[in-house]
Design a protein around this ligand. Structure first.
Ligand SMILES: Cc1ncc(COP(=O)(O)O)c(C=O)c1O
Length: 310
């Protein structure tokens, strides 16, 4: 079982609004298998251990946190992994894909057009024929097994008492769908992807639950991009020893502050922010020049201090 780690967050906005915010993290022995990844992959890994499957095949972008986590899990637990990567062929070299390769993942490029078919029944059937001995996991690990994994921890009990609100970064929706099953208060997913189908899927996964909402990120740069404000918010948190990256957790954090400031989320309550991981992506931002060498150095020092670089 995973041991939750708690840290109370401070920020002038929170003190001025008398609002208590706790960061919940899931530390892991396996550096890249952190945050929502160890939760969403938990039952998929168990599934292959219980069946004849030789490994897992799954999807992701060229900087995918999910594929990096899967490669790390495969290398650690000893199962084969195949990553179907949304990219041109031949696949490029970058810190995420290099990590996947070094951890034994077989990477296969999928054209943008094929990648768009990743949820289509006929495409999935075709993939199953290509990889008959593998267990197929959808993008982000978000399906009923992934949701069950995310529902297997209860982040509502902070060291200061029960929380009334949970805020988390949302992409494919599996983490929100799982956590909303155990969290009693209001759950707010900060949508960092902007795919209309996610809300529909969440509605289907959470039939009978009305204590959740999906809010657009206040940073409207689009998926994989970020504003200077988001990056600054992440860098500022390093002073408290909190490492957020600007694609997922940084956007959730900044959005929480702005939603509180504008009264769209109530002040004076106790919030939990779930740290969904994604820190491996920072290296890729540095490699693409999306953060400066000095900014990467600041993140890197924090990652080294917390033993999160392997
Ligand atoms: C770091 C990080 N945070 C949040 C998410 C979003 O989680 P979900 O796809 O379950 O909504 C992802 C994607 O899995 C992620 O990599």
């Amino acid at each position: 079982m995973f041991q939750l780690q708690w840290q109370q967050l401070s920020h002038p906005v929170l003190s001025s609004l008398a609002t208590d915010v706790w960061l919940a993290s899931v530390p892991s022995m396996i550096p890249r298998l952190t945050g929502n990844k160890c939760l969403k992959l938990k039952y998929h890994i168990q599934h292959i251990a219980q069946t004849q499957a030789v490994g897992i095949v799954s999807f992701g972008g060229a900087f995918s946190n999910h594929l990096a986590a899967l490669a790390a899990a495969g290398a650690h637990f000893g199962f084969a992994t195949v990553g179907l990567v949304r990219s041109h062929s031949p696949l490029p070299s970058n810190p995420t894909l290099d990590f996947c390769r070094a951890h034994g993942m077989n990477l296969v490029a999928l054209s943008r057009r094929d990648y768009q078919r990743r949820h289509d029944a006929d495409f999935i059937e075709w993939l199953k024929l290509q990889y008959p001995e593998f267990h197929l996991v959808p993008e982000g690990g978000s399906d009923l097994l992934g949701i069950a994994g995310a529902a297997s921890i209860d982040v509502s009990k902070t060291p200061a008492g029960p929380a009334t609100h949970l805020v988390l970064a949302t992409g494919s929706g599996g983490t929100l769908a799982g956590m909303a099953r155990t969290f009693q208060g209001q759950v707010t997913g900060i949508d960092v992807v902007g795919d209309e189908r996610v809300k529909t899927r969440l509605g289907e996964w959470l039939i009978g639950h009305d204590h959740w909402q999906l809010r657009a990120s206040v940073d409207s740069s689009g998926y994989g991009r970020f504003s200077t404000e988001t990056l600054q918010a992440c860098l500022q948190m390093l002073e408290q020893g909190v490492i957020f990256e600007p694609i997922y957790t940084g956007k959730a954090w900044l959005s929480l502050l702005r939603l509180l400031q504008t009264g769209q989320l109530p002040a004076g309550e106790r919030y939990v922010v779930f740290h969904s991981g994604g820190l491996q992506g920072l290296q890729g931002l540095a490699a693409r020049g999306l953060i400066t060498p000095a900014q990467w150095y600041a993140f890197e020092q924090a990652l080294i201090k917390q033993q999160l670089l392997d």
